[in-house]
Structure formats: structure tokens, C-alpha cells
Design a protein around this ligand. Structure first.
Ligand code: ADP
Ligand code: MG
Length: 311
């Protein structure tokens, strides 16, 4: 099956300096892929590249199998409707001077908007995100942060895009509100079969809404697996490190080198993770390959010495 959206060997960054390095990622129809990684690993850069805000330095972005990397002008604007980004700050996607009804009507039909003309559809989208129809007459600032994020989700859905990219959509919310918005997204994923890239630095959050999970480290996808597989049997030492940093009450911790991540603009040679990798440090001289040769993603993991699955 052709993926709806795919990044193929995408290298991208800012002012000629690559942040993403040969990233491969595929989104299949009706599936949600979680993208996780520490702050600065390049998650938002990948999101910007996928929606056409940032042009890859090399590699391709494929939408329904067609290369959209070189689109400009009206074609690029048309692409922007087919992939909707929900940002961390809903104010970034909501016009403060438009009522919620006007915003949703414009999303439904950009040429013939108007909250009254599309009142029924507006009400349905509000209901979809569990907001009262009366919300249509109000302005974004009249809502709480969680409600505003629901409106931003409704706006993205109302465009009826092929793909939704949610970038840290719950990160700015209080934890109780965060759970509320997450439950809504998990529910929408099931009910509407969303094709979604769900980005978060928080593994717990990603686990909640994803079918598969991609782990990013310094601009590379280092592990890609079905959700339960990844959480139960991580193969990459970095995934292990991320999982161990999630408090789960267990006492047992794998030995880890917990250092600050290197500067993404000048990643270490070889495997970019080797400077923090407990497996590499344990190998001594046998780990030379990690310092010289960048591992490719194979069998779901980009590592010369993946963790063995205990049986
Ligand atoms: P994440 O979303 O995973 O936190 P980002 O994609 O935002 O990571 O950032 C990855 C790297 O790219 C960081 O080193 C960041 O400083 C750099 N970066 C992000 N945006 C810009 C920009 N507009 N100009 C230059 N560098 C940027
Ligand atoms: Mg980000």
C-alpha cells in the first residue's frame, strides 16, 4: 500500500546546516505514528519539512506517492490544505479576531466561508471535539487553554485533510487538561481513523495515541516499531534510556550514561548516540565501529549493537 505521506532520505535544516539526516518515515492511511525524542532532536523541523515550510536539502516528500518537494505557489497552497498542522500554541492556528464559528467555516470552505452559511457543519465539528454549539459565537480568548486546543483540533479536522500533524499539542497544558485533550485525540483516532503524525517529547503521551512509534535522536530516526513492541521490547539503547527516564515505580534501571545531548548542528561522528550510550561504553575497544560508522535503520533499529531480547 502506498503510504499517504512519506519522507524519503530527507536531509533538512537551516541556513545550509543539516538538522535532519536522511530521515525515512511513512504514514499509512488511518494510522497514527508517534514521533518522540528529546527537545532539539528535530521533531518540529521534520514537521515543517513535511508541510512544505522547509525545503529538504536532499531527499523527497511524497504525498500519495507524488513528490511534493518542489511545489511552489498555488500548488504549495493546495498542499497546505491536504496536511494540517496542529501546533503547541493554539493561538498560532486561530485568528483572535474571528469567532470560532468563522474560523471553522473558513476551514470547511475557504472560498465561501461564513459562520451562518455553515452553521450545521460548524456545530457538528464542535460536537466532535465535545464543545457546545454556543462556542461558535465566541472568540478564542474567551476559552480555557484546553478548550482552545479542542478548537484548534476541530479547525484542523474541518479542513478534512489527508494527514494531521500534531506537534506537542498537549505540552503547554496542565496535566489534568492534558489527559482530557489526549483522550479526545485517542478517541478521534479510533472513530475517524485519522492518519496522524503525533509528535511529543513525552513517551507516556505518545503511547496513548499511537499505532507505531518512531524515536528520533539528533535528527535521525533510530528506532521504528509497533507501539507495544517499542515499549515492551525496545531495541535501541536510546529508546531504553528514554523509557528508563519515565517514572513507572520500578526499581530496576539499566546502566545509562546520562549526559546532555550534543549540539544537533555538530553531531558526533559514527553513531550520533555513542557518546551517551551505555552499551557502547561497555564494549570498550570492541565498540570502535560505533565511533566511525553511522548505523542505518534495519529491522526497525539503527544500531550496531541493538539490545538483545531476553527470552
Ligand atoms: P524539537 O522539535 O525536536 O525540539 P527542533 O526541530 O525544533 O527540535 O530543533 C532542532 C534543532 O534545530 C535545534 O538545534 C534548534 O536549535 C534548531 N532550529 C530550530 N528552528 C530553527 C530555526 N528557525 N533556525 C535555526 N535553527 C533552528
Ligand atoms: Mg518541537
Amino acid at each position: 500500500m502506498t503510504p499517504v505521506l512519506a519522507a524519503s532520505e530527507v536531509t533538512a535544516g537551516y541556513r545550509g546546516t543539516p538538522i535532519l539526516h536522511a530521515v525515512d518515515l511513512e504514514l499509512e492511511q488511518g494510522r497514527t505514528v508517534g514521533l518522540v525524542g528529546e527537545s532539539g532532536s528535530g521533531k518540529s523541523t521534520l514537521a515543517r519539512t513535511l508541510i512544505g515550510l522547509l525545503r529538504p536539502q536532499s531527499g523527497r516528500i511524497l504525498l500519495d506517492g507524488a513528490d511534493v518537494t518542489a511545489l511552489r505557489g498555488p500548488q504549495l497552497r493546495a498542499l497546505r490544505r491536504r496536511i494540517q498542522l496542529i501546533p503547541q500554541d493554539p493561538y498560532a492556528s486561530l485568528n483572535p479576531r474571528m469567532t470560532v464559528g468563522e474560523t471553522l467555516a473558513e476551514a470547511i470552505d475557504p472560498r465561501r466561508g461564513g459562520a451562518r452559511r455553515h452553521a450545521d457543519a460548524v456545530a457538528r465539528w464542535l460536537e466532535t471535539v465535545a464543545l457546545d454549539a454556543a462556542a461558535a459565537a465566541r472568540f478564542p480568548h474567551e476559552f480555557s487553554g484546553g478548550q482552545r486546543q479542542r478548537i484548534a483540533i476541530a479547525r484542523a479536522l474541518a479542513v478534512e485533510p489527508e494527514v494531521i500533524i500534531a506537534d506537542e499539542v498537549t505540552s503547554a497544558l496542565d496535566s489534568s487538561v492534558q489527559a482530557e485533550v489526549l483522550n479526545l485525540l485517542a478517541d478521534l483516532r479510533r472513530r475517524l481513523g485519522l492518519t496522524m503524525l503525533f509528535i511529543s517529547h513525552d513517551l507516556t503521551v505518545v503511547r496513548h495515541v499511537s499505532d507505531a512509534v518512531a524515536v528520533m535522536y539528533l535528527g535521525r530516526v533510530v528506532e521504528l516499531a509497533a507501539r507495544d513492541e517499542l515499549f515492551e521490547r525496545p531495541q535501541h539503547p536510546y529508546t531504553r534510556l528514554l523509557l528508563d527516564s519515565v517514572p513507572d515505580g520500578s526499581e530496576v534501571r539499566a546502566p545509562q550514561i546520562v549526559a546532555e545531548p550534543p549540539d544537533p548542528r555538530s553531531p558526533p561522528p559514527g553513531c550520533a548516540f555513542h557518546t551517551r550510550c551505555a552499551v557502547h561504553h561497555g564494549l570498550g575497544d570492541d565498540g570502535a565501529r560505533c565511533r566511525t560508522e553511522g548505523p542505518l535503520l534495519a529491522g526497525g533499529v539503527a544500531c550496531h549493537h541493538p539490545l538483545r531480547i531476553a527470552s
